[in-house]
Design a protein around this ligand. Structure first.
Ligand SMILES: [Zn+2]
Length: 89
């Protein structure tokens, strides 16, 4: 893993939050200016979010989308999996 990979990994959660429009980060914005890999990843997260919310089906809602985005992030980064809590009824 290179130093840039380590830097990019530190922005992973911020990328997901930004894709979910949950937060914006000035640090991430600065990183995105210089990092095409993270810009592509952010675009992929946004595309994934739009695909999940805009299909010809009943919207799964923001909570489910956020869970799926976290799962995708864990898969992409190889982070240890946290046990998922059951969905509320
Ligand atoms: Zn990056």
């Amino acid at each position: 893993m290179t130093a840039l990979d380590n830097t990019c990994a530190a922005y992973e959660a911020a990328l997901v939050a930004q894709a979910l429009s949950a937060s914006t980060s000035a640090d991430l914005a600065a990183h995105l200016t210089d990092c095409p890999a993270c810009r592509r990843k952010l675009a992929a997260y946004r595309q994934m979010r739009e695909g999940l919310l805009c299909g010809p089906f009943v919207s799964p809602g923001e909570n489910l989308v956020a869970r799926l985005m976290r799962m995708a992030r864990h898969r992409l980064t190889g982070s240890p999996k946290k046990p998922l809590r059951p969905l509320p009824h």
